[in-house]
Design a protein around this ligand. Structure first.
Ligand SMILES: [Zn+2]
Length: 189
């Protein structure tokens, strides 16, 4: 079992209850069960992690992170709407998706060293920084309203891929419109 940060820190901090991720040298090990699970656990909201029983944990997890299927998933008809859907399904031309289906030899991004997955394209790759900045300029008020921190990549990419149940159908469609405009600007599809 990995050690918690709190036991290594002198003073308790906001992240003191995080588990310390094992040192990983290779992307393959990084994505293996323990390092990947530690990373995901550390990204969970505290109210989910603190549940005292398995059942209350499961129920809160489902309520907090469940991805409802909504009619706005079919929003948009052009190729970027299709790209958006394919990203949700893990069937996009992103190299990690192609690599997982043995279509390309490497999952690496064509522009940098990281694995090219949805989070990478939407939130990380420096190549798309300008387009991303435009996207977040427009959707900023929506993100603020939901209280999703920019550093919570898991929740943020879920929002961009799936919308959010606290938004109206119209707001979700607007969000999808802006995400799909971003996808178009990346010229990756
Ligand atoms: Zn990249």
């Amino acid at each position: 079992m990995p050690q918690r940060r709190g036991s290594a820190d002198r003073y308790p901090t906001r992240r003191s209850e995080d588990y310390i991720p094992p040192k990983t040298r290779t992307v393959k090990y990084q994505k293996s069960f323990i390092p990947a699970t530690v990373k995901r656990w550390n990204q969970l909201d505290k109210n989910v992690r603190d549940k005292p029983t398995i059942n209350s944990f499961k129920a809160t997890l489902k309520k907090t992170y469940s991805v409802p299927k909504h009619n706005y998933y079919s929003y948009g008809k052009d190729k970027w709407a299709v790209a958006h859907t394919r990203m949700r399904l893990g069937l996009s031309p992103l190299n990690q998706h192609l690599h997982s289906h043995h279509i390309v030899p490497s999952s690496c991004c064509p522009h940098c060293d990281e694995s090219e997955n949805c989070i990478h394209l939407l939130l990380r790759c420096p190549k798309y920084a300008a387009s991303r900045s435009n996207l977040f300029g427009v959707i900023g008020p929506t993100v603020d309203k939901l209280g999703i921190g920019i550093t919570n990549e898991f929740l943020m990419s879920n929002l961009l891929l799936y919308g959010h149940e606290q938004l109206t159908v119209h707001e979700n469609k607007q969000l999808f419109y802006h995400v799909q405009s971003f996808l178009k600007e990346t010229k990756r599809f």
